[in-house]
Design a protein around this ligand. Sequence first.
Ligand code: SF4
Length: 238
Amino acid sequence: FYLTVTGGKSFNTIINNLRELKNTDINFKINIRNNFHPKTDIDNFIKFLQKEFSGDLRFNVYFRPVGQWGGENDENLEVCKGKEANKIMLEADMKAVKQGLPIVTLNEFLQPLGSICYAAKPHSLVIGADGTLYKCTVALESDFNKIGKINKNGDLDIDYDKYALWILNEAEEDDVCQKCFFRPSCHGSACPLVRIESGTRPCPKEKESIKEVLKILWEQHKKFPGKAAEPMTVGNMD
Ligand code: SF4
């Protein structure tokens, strides 16, 4: 939940809007993303979510660590990183499922093409306020991510060398990707930024923790048999 532009708090407004939606019979799916840091009381927050949304499969939850995504305040942020963050995240997912809150995004990540980042998709572009075209929504300061401009008449001027960096990954030549059990979901493109910047394979955390992921999905299947499995979106939601 974000602060408003004027610094006001948005938590109650968002929760009240979700409650209003819950009281309708509209057919929708909402994924409630919950960001955590080392001091977040996740157990308590799951209890709150359970009280509000459990039993209504239109609401799904998922958990992600607060990250240092750039800016002056980065160094002051306390964040959970790497394996520790992944462990907390998967534990939170399991607790949520046990409290009757579906984690549909995990199903989506395991679908064919489900772990490919939008930045790796040919038709996905970000248009900046000044008309600059980007592929990635994170590396906004990086020159290789500024791939062109949109003109006033709507035409796109694209630097195809930069564009190719994002959509032509090296999974076709990567021996490890070619033998990987996770390739149908990832195609070596879970995060093209990682490959571009470091030349390393951007294996998604769902692959690294596949046993825990499958345990959560099994628990979810037992809790909501056949009901919580329909994918809502296809694509990496990191
Ligand atoms: S999970 Fe890793 S090794 Fe497997 S296809 Fe994706 S990037 Fe390649």
